[in-house]
Design a protein around this ligand. Sequence first.
Ligand code: OAD
Length: 252
Amino acid sequence: MNGPDHPFPAPLLERLRAAQKIAVLTGAGVSQESGLRTFRDPQEGFWAQYSPEDLATPEAFERDPRLVWEWYAHRRSQLASVHPNPAHRALTELGNRLPGLTLITQNVDGLHQRAGSRDVIELHGTLTEVRCSACGQRPKEWNDHPRVVPACPDCGGLLRPDVVWFGEILPQGALAAAMEAARTCDAFFSIGTSGLVEPAASLGRTVRQRNGVLIEINREPTPLTPLCDYAFHGKAGDWLPRLVDAVFGSGL
Ligand code: OAD
């Protein structure tokens, strides 16, 4: 009889099938196959065009709100022409089959939700909403002109993207939920992230302090790789559908 038509070790599949709680952390690599750029890919990443300090910091917004607003309006406009890819859809399928799955993302593109994932923990906020830089209100509608920073309907302050900038604290509820999931899960997946930005990068490490299983799916090795029980390097859109089939399909 031929061996399994997938490369996943039987012990991994058994642990995933037995897992009551699974935590998944995703990064920009999960949206790369949808056509959205990642942050640190050499030559093509967003940061290759701009220095992070020029755009994704409160100081940058203070210094030149229109430049920062324009860059985020550009990124938001891209969302209209991209769609969830097989990686997003496989994670939605996994969540549908495993009620104990918690999906945590560093991405702000909303593609997990558009793929049907529910209760997504957005550690770094979302491109799809804005908040007032003065009073903190989150208007549901705003004048979304790419080159004019809109004013808050409540206080007249400048609206800003509802994302986390360098040096800002993460949404405390989201961070607490993500840490709780990492602390209590039987298995933790780190998918499509370079594992360089804290505190997200430390979530996977908490599994090491328990007997949870740590799995990485990423195009290339990261600082987390040496700590992983399993590391599958390549495209998330290739690996994830095969993993879901192997766990729930004929498997072994
Ligand atoms: P990065 O660009 O740092 O890392 C993306 C990772 O995905 C890299 O390791 C790539 O090798 C990998 N990758 C690319 N395409 C892939 C694919 N198709 N399948 C699997 N892996 C792929 O993005 P993040 O790790 O998400 O934070 O960056 C973390 C945070 O840094 C972002 O949330 C953002 C940024 O500064 C803030 O803006 C606060």
